[in-house]
Design a protein around this ligand. Structure first.
Ligand code: 3B8
Length: 322
């Protein structure tokens, strides 16, 4: 019966997507994947009433919108306060330790992309939205669906939101600018602009070809699903099938945080995606709540920003001339 075959193929392709795009560890050849996708699309062409929102065929894009809908975030999407050196990091730590003398942090790479909120209902992706002004963002669901590491359905039946960063890997960025150069089109200045320009495309077929990816890093209702710490929240969404960043590290104190920052400053150039800093978060979720927010930023997290590249080259020059 072709409906059984259809469901069997969907299960296979979703599994292959997960292995290839989330685990970065494909187990089948591209040919085998394409053959199955063609079989899926031919069955769906014959039986459009069998097409579901989470079918792998929905990833290739095809919707062309005439404008973006607005979405109001159930919880504000704030940005992070910035610090730029070790002294400011210690000041951040001092402020936290006034309330909690012993505090464990989680350090994450600060992916240089654009923030996204993914909302699921009854296990299906309901919508994806940009941060916008923190309260109202743009509905970019049609383009989010083309990002193959973002699951179209999850094994969680209640309402569920997860937030992260959509980014363009360096390789995709170089390929895209090479194509644009050959086509005589203006180049993107950096992967962040290219990612932002791609998710703002009204035609999802264009976004589908941009090689976008995403890391998820925040679960607003983590404590409601039984997580005590931010690290547990990250592990929770990972087991739901979301892509989380493998470099994340729990640090027992601010010395270990600074050690991580030094290590990542070295490793930064070799990463397959751009980062513009390190995000440091208090690990315990109840302490995050207690520490709270200012009008614009959380008090329990901070972004250490790397010095801009040109500054580094200038400093080298100065040292050289002296
Ligand atoms: N770019 C990032 O890789 C990244 C960004 C944020 C945020 O913007 C952010 C904003 C908040 F209000 C709270 C936590 C956050 O955590 C974050 N964690 C990250 N890893």
């Amino acid at each position: 019966m072709t409906l059984e075959r259809l469901n069997e193929i969907k299960k296979l392709l979703n599994e292959y997507n997960y292995q290839y795009y989330v685990l970065d560890n494909p187990t089948v050849s591209d040919q085998e994947y394409d053959r199955l996708m063609q079989e899926l699309q031919s069955i769906e062409a014959k039986h459009p009433e069998w097409i579901t929102a989470d079918s792998p065929s929905q990833r290739v894009g095809g919707e062309v919108l005439d404008g973006f809908q607005k979405v109001t975030h159930q919880r504000m999407m704030l940005s992070l306060g910035n610090i730029f050196n070790e002294d400011e990091l210690r000041e951040f730590d001092d402020r936290i330790r006034e309330v909690y003398p012993q505090v464990e942090y989680v350090c994450e790479l600060k992916i240089d992309g654009l923030a996204v909120s993914l909302v699921y209902a009854q296990g299906q992706l309901s919508y994806g939205a940009t941060r916008g002004d923190g309260t109202v963002g743009e509905d970019i669901t049609h383009n989010v669906k083309t990002i193959k590491s973002i699951p179209l359905s999850i094994d969680y039946q209640g309402d569920f939101e997860v937030r992260g960063e959509i980014y363009m890997p360096k390789k995709s960025f170089e390929q895209l600018n090479q194509q644009r150069k050959e086509a005589g089109e203006p180049l993107f200045a950096n992967p962040r602009n290219a990612a932002a320009g791609s998710v703002r495309q009204l035609d999802s077929r264009i976004a589908a070809k941009r090689g976008l990816d995403a890391f998820l890093y925040m679960v607003p209702t983590a404590s409601e699903v039984g997580c005590q710490t931010h690290k547990e929240a990250l592990d929770y969404i990972k087991q739901l099938g979301f892509k989380t960043n493998p470099m994340t590290r729990v640090c027992a104190n601010i010395q270990e945080v600074w050690q991580f920052i030094m290590e990542m400053t070295e490793k930064r150039q070799s990463l397959p995606y751009e980062i513009d800093g390190i995000v440091i978060k208090v690990n315990r979720l109840d302490w995050q709540e207690r520490l709270g927010y200012t009008a614009k930023v959380p008090k329990w997290a901070i972004a250490y920003k790397f010095p801009a590249e040109e500054v580094i080259t200038k400093l080298k020059d100065i040292v050289f001339t002296i």
